[in-house]
Design a protein around this ligand. Structure first.
Ligand SMILES: *Cc1c(COP(=O)(O)O)cnc(C)c1O
Length: 394
């Protein structure tokens, strides 16, 4: 591999050249079952005919004009997203971090409009919100921040899944918003107790704070609802999303309702690429396909099916601490570091991820069939057993 890239990633020794559905092929012709979807991006898998068609059609008409003019696909996508979420307004950008930047700017300006000089935002331990300086500040991981100070003021961290800690902070005059992932992705697929988001909603209501939900990973069908906050019927003030929205084209969205939807006006925020006709037309095709092919239902049923296979296949292994999922967002937490499994799985023709040291994370495409789910279980379970068995015999 070339020396000409900044060393921001330790890359695995594989290069893919084509894909179809849940399968990828490398430059030696070996096939891999993609149980990661490019980190929750390719929900429709690879080379989905409807996505290919949307890209062909839009690219032959128009790629970009800028936000100085009306953009038909952007307007349609905004209406589609507000219809799906109950939000009122959408700002389009190109990534998750940018969507969260927009949310953070909304929160701060909301505070300033109330006369608060240094508005504060509550964030969580274990949180991941991106790599730009503001979103990095909001992110918990100390290693990711190391050497990048001075970071931003105005972020206050509490334990995830602890409503009392949020309540204590939001009682302060200067706290204007709570930023939270409905399920922490990078943090290890941490699923909070039922009722957590609902409790945060009422705490925010009581304290005049914005509830801002980071659905960059959990959104666009990943957990079996359009957005994960809908499992609890919670309507946030702000929802940010990205990853699965464009199935591989870079697009993010910051959506808002109520007071939060009125904050940004001409001159207060902007983007050159965000909301361009190309990405928006493709995202529309993605959402249409999720709906028309009943992929939310598939995500729920296939997710449960795979959860059952894991539970059955790993039964009685003491090294398995927990197996949890929401739709097709999976974690198998072990009692020991398991980064080694990523390359073991690669050899076995399976793409997985390990996060938070001990946790195997799977984010397979929403189009996953039961046969393909069984294939994931069949390839992965022996590797986990082997790792645990080997470690025990040492
Ligand atoms: C991936 C992710 C981000 C950052 O998105 P980028 O597109 O990499 O900037 C932010 N929040 C969550 C929850 C994510 O999973």
């Amino acid at each position: 591999m070339t020396e000409s890239l900044m060393k921001t990633y330790n890359r695995l020794p594989v290069t893919f050249t084509t894909g179809e559905g849940v399968w990828l092929e490398d430059n030696d012709g070996k096939r891999y079952l993609d149980a990661l979807s490019g980190i929750a991006v390719c929900g429709l898998g690879h080379a989905h005919p409807r996505v290919v068609q949307a890209i062909r059609e839009q690219s032959s008409k128009l790629l970009h004009t800028s936000n100085l003019y009306g953009i038909e696909a952007q307007e349609k996508l905004a209406e589609r997203l507000t219809g799906l979420t109950g939000m009122e307004k959408v700002f389009f950008c190109n990534s998750g971090a940018e969507a969260n930047e927009c949310a953070i700017k909304i929160a701060r300006r909301y505070g300033h409009q109330k006369g608060i000089e240094k508005p504060g935002i509550v964030v969580m331990e274990g949180a991941f919100h991106g790599r730009t300086l503001a979103t990095l500040t909001a992110t918990a991981n100390a290693a990711a921040k190391q050497g990048f100070g001075p970071l931003l003021e105005g972020f206050y961290r509490v334990p995830f899944n602890d409503t009392q800690a949020v309540e204590e902070l939001t009682a302060r005059e200067d706290i204007v918003a709570v930023l939270v992932e409905p399920i922490q992705g990078e943090g290890g697929v941490n699923i909070p107790d039922a009722g957590y988001l609902k409790a945060l909603r009422s705490i925010c209501d009581d304290n005049d704070c914005l509830l801002m939900v980071d659905e960059i990973q959990t959104g666009n069908g990943r957990t079996g609802q359009w957005f994960a906050c809908q499992h609890e019927n919670v309507k946030p003030d702000v929802i940010s999303t990205a990853k699965g929205l464009g199935n591989g084209l870079p697009i993010g969205a910051c959506m808002a309702q109520g007071e939060a939807a009125k904050i940004l006006v001409p001159g207060s925020h902007g983007t050159t690429f965000g909301g361009n006709p190309f990405c928006c037309a493709t995202a529309l095709a993605v959402l249409d396909t999720i709906e028309q092919d009943s992929l939310l239902d598939n995500t729920l049923t296939t997710g449960q099916y795979l959860q059952d296979l894991f539970q059955e296949g790993l039964k009685g292994n003491d090294g398995v601490v927990d197996i949890r999922h929401a739709g097709l967002m999976f974690a198998i937490e072990l009692d020991r570091p398991c980064a080694q499994l990523v390359s073991d799985a690669l050899k076995a023709g399976l793409l997985i991820n390990v996060t938070a040291g001990n946790t195997i994370r799977l984010l397979p495409p929403l189009i996953l069939s039961k046969t393909e789910a069984a294939e994931i279980a069949q390839r992965l379970i022996p590797l986990i057993r082997n790792l645990l068995g080997t470690a025990l015999n040492e």
